[in-house]
Design a protein around this ligand. Structure first.
Ligand SMILES: [Zn+2]
Length: 148
């Protein structure tokens, strides 16, 4: 089931191949926002990402927003849980800065899990900016992102 009561994460741990996969989603989606779902497990208040599933962005205006169809979300969630992974959060890309938009913030308040935002503007660059956030206890936190 959806993890409703998550800790404030100390760190998000992301393997290199998953990091690369997320950067590719951001690059390939540009100038639209790309998005997907993060799965893994929680260990000692760290979010250990084990799988990253790209999803279609079905927002009406995908240049400034993203939206994951709830039915698609549910199908992916069930399949991930069957393979023993927990839902940890969402990632999406911004053509501009990798910081939450006002619209993101509203959703972060409802879904207080891991939010990773990737900058897709300089898509030729090898290393795009990627940041992790969590809304927790009425505040926005930057969460340390560790690429292993
Ligand atoms: Zn956003």
């Amino acid at each position: 089931m959806l993890a409703m009561f998550l800790p404030l994460f100390k760190e998000v741990v992301l393997a290199k191949n998953l990091h690369r996969k997320m950067l590719e989603v951001a690059r390939n989606s540009y100038p639209l926002e790309g998005c997907g779902i993060l799965f893994g497990h929680i260990d000692n208040n760290k979010a250990i990402i084990r799988d990253v599933i790209e999803t279609e962005n079905s927002a009406d205006n995908p240049t400034v927003r993203f939206y994951i169809d709830p039915e698609l979300f549910y199908t992916i969630l069930i399949s991930a849980e069957e393979s023993g992974l927990e839902f940890l959060g969402i990632f999406h890309s911004h053509p501009t800065q990798p910081n939450p938009s006002n619209w993101d913030l509203e959703y972060m308040k409802l879904h207080q899990n891991v939010w990773i935002i990737i900058q897709s503007l300089n898509r030729e660059e090898k290393k795009l900016k990627m940041k992790a956030f969590q809304w927790y206890n009425k505040k926005l936190f930057d969460v340390k992102l560790k690429i292993t």
